[in-house]
Design a binder for this molecule. Structure first.
Ligand code: ADP
Length: 304
């Protein structure tokens, strides 16, 4: 079966600066692929190129079997998109938003109307057909945008930061719905800044920085391959001093950020035993996770 999205040798420059520097990836049908990276890494530009909204300088993109940008319109009619910022029409009700959106894809009202109740139900908005968009919470608007993206029964859904700005309850609900869509055999491409989101949802992910994909793989594989097994986080005013004095004796790698030292170890017992004699410090011992991999590969300094 063909991949729902294949990208080869994608490049894009703005004002002589290459913001996408030759990237390759492809999605596997029925899987969730996560595109991660700090601000400015090139994620949005990549998505825009894939959707035919930004013209690449080089590379081949095949989206839903159609070459992009050549047949971007046809490709977009076969997929669903949830943009980063909700762009629902506030002058229409929830049901009208679905109808108007469906018309963009050439769907007839008679095809869309029977689906509306089911789509709203799926999005946890059952009975909200006549709701005014202005009365919906941020979480409800995001769910309505998800329902809208499903109006053409797409094989692939592309979501740009689907849970940014949502409270924990709303995030969990979106995750649960995305998992249901995966269980139905849909393919998902998402960008996210939340490593727990990527770890929960994605079978495969790519970490981008400065226009390049620096690693790709399954979340568990990346954690195994890129990082020590365990982390001991040490907090307190004296944590940087302790890190300088002691941590190197126990830890292959130590990172200090403010008043926290992160000790990356395969075996935590020796460093925990030493810390038992340092009552001024607090500690947290945990398995290494995707965020540790992300910070190791992209650094801890702020990106604007
Ligand atoms: P991300 O989504 O990972 O935060 P973007 O794709 O938005 O990254 O941006 C990548 C880089 O491209 C950034 O340095 C950004 O300033 C630059 N960029 C994006 N769009 C434009 C544009 N239309 N004109 C000039 N520079 C742009």
């Amino acid at each position: 079966m063909n991949s729902p999205l294949q990208v080869r040798g994608l490049r894009k420059s703005y004002d002589g600066r290459e913001v996408i520097a030759g990237i390759d990836f492809s999605l596997v049908r029925g899987e969730c692929f996560g595109l991660l990276g700090p601000n400015g890494a090139g994620k949005t530009t990549t998505l825009r190129c894939c959707l035919g909204l930004t013209a690449p300088d080089a590379g081949d993109i095949v989206l839903a079997g159609e070459p992009v940008p050549l047949r971007a319109r046809e490709a977009r009619a076969k997929i669903g998109v949830v943009p980063q910022f909700d762009n629902l029409d506030p002058d229409f009700t929830a049901a009208e938003n679905l109808l108007v959106y469906g018309r963009y894809f050439g769907l007839r009202d008679a095809e869309i109307r029977p689906k509306i109740a089911g789509l709203l139900e799926f999005a946890g908005l059952g009975g909200k057909e006549d709701a005014n968009i202005r009365t919906l919470s941020g979480g409800m608007k995001r769910r309505l945008t998800l329902a809208r993206a499903l109006v053409n029964d797409p094989e692939l859904l592309i979501l740009d930061e689907p849970t940014t700005g949502l409270d924990p309850q709303a995030r969990h609900l979106i995750w649960e719905r995305l998992k249901r869509l995966l269980a139905q055999g849909k393919t998902i491409l998402l960008t996210t800044h939340f490593m727990d989101e990527a770890e929960r949802l994605c079978q495969h992910l790519a970490i981008m920085d400065a226009g390049r994909i620096i690693v790709q793989g399954a979340p568990r594989e990346l954690i195994r391959a890129q990082i020590e097994l365990q982390v001991v986080e040490v907090y307190g005013e004296d944590a940087p001093g302790w890190a300088a004095r002691e941590a190197g004796k126990f830890s292959q790698r130590v990172e200090v950020s403010g008043e926290t030292a992160f000790c990356y170890v395969d075996e935590a017992a020796p460093v925990l035993a030493q810390l038992a004699g340092e009552p001024q410090l607090r500690t947290l011992h945990r398995p290494a996770n995707l965020e540790d991999v992300f910070l190791k590969l992209t650094g801890r300094e702020l990106r604007d």
